[in-house]
Design a protein around this ligand. Structure first.
Ligand code: HEC
Length: 164
């Protein structure tokens, strides 16, 4: 719209120039200057828009990277093996031989295809199926697994079930 106005002004001034001498030339110059100024302003605006868009893209990329890193950290912190090792489970559960408690492989076999049941047991809502006679020895440890998050119990169950 602005540009159109300026163009009309220029045309008007060029029209005027046909009736006058010097004044007409001055008017023509002024019109030309106005057109140049408009062009420059448009170029600056385009430039600024480009810069802003680039900054926005960079910021988005940065945010996406941060989110990915955070997600990676979260996954690392619910690593089932670490949970099993760091919560004293290994004291009674060896991978493939029975000690105080059943072998992890024996638990995996009993819960094969029943991850939900295993998670339930760890939540303190299930019933012992591997060695019910010795459940009293296991029971105090459910205090630990009950306190865990759902994600942690799921990771623990995945770890146990992957020991076939
Ligand atoms: C003091 C020894 C001891 C510790 C420590 C221990 N357990 Fe046990 N666990 C047992 C015994 C004994 C059994 C067999 C009784 C039973 O089946 O519930 C058992 C059984 C289990 C079972 C099979 C449950 C079922 O349906 O029979 C799972 C799963 C299990 N433990 C997970 C864990 C996890 C996870 C930890 C660590 C947070 C842990 N245990 C720590 C002794 C222990």
């Amino acid at each position: 719209m602005k540009k159109l106005g300026l163009l009309m002004l220029a045309v008007l001034m060029i029209g005027l120039s046909s009736c006058g001498g010097d004044n007409a030339n001055k008017a023509k110059d002024a019109a030309n200057n106005a057109v140049e100024a408009t062009k420059d302003a448009a170029k600056d605006a385009a430039e600024a828009t480009k810069d802003a868009a680039k900054e926005a893209v960079d910021a988005t990329k940065e945010a996406a990277k941060d989110a990915t890193d955070a997600a990676k950290d979260a996954v690392a912190s619910v690593d089932g093996k670490s949970l099993f090792l760091n919560n004293g489970c290994v004291a009674c559960h060896q991978i493939d031989k029975k000690t105080v408690g059943p072998a992890v492989k024996a638990i995996a076999a009993a819960y094969a295809g029943k991850k939900d049941d295993l998670v339930k047991f760890l939540k303190g809502e299930g019933k012992a199926v591997v060695d019910p006679a010795n459940f009293a020895v296991m029971q105090p440890n459910l205090a630990t697994t009950k306190k865990m998050s759902d994600a942690e119990r799921a990771a623990l169950a995945d770890y146990i079930l992957n020991n076939k």
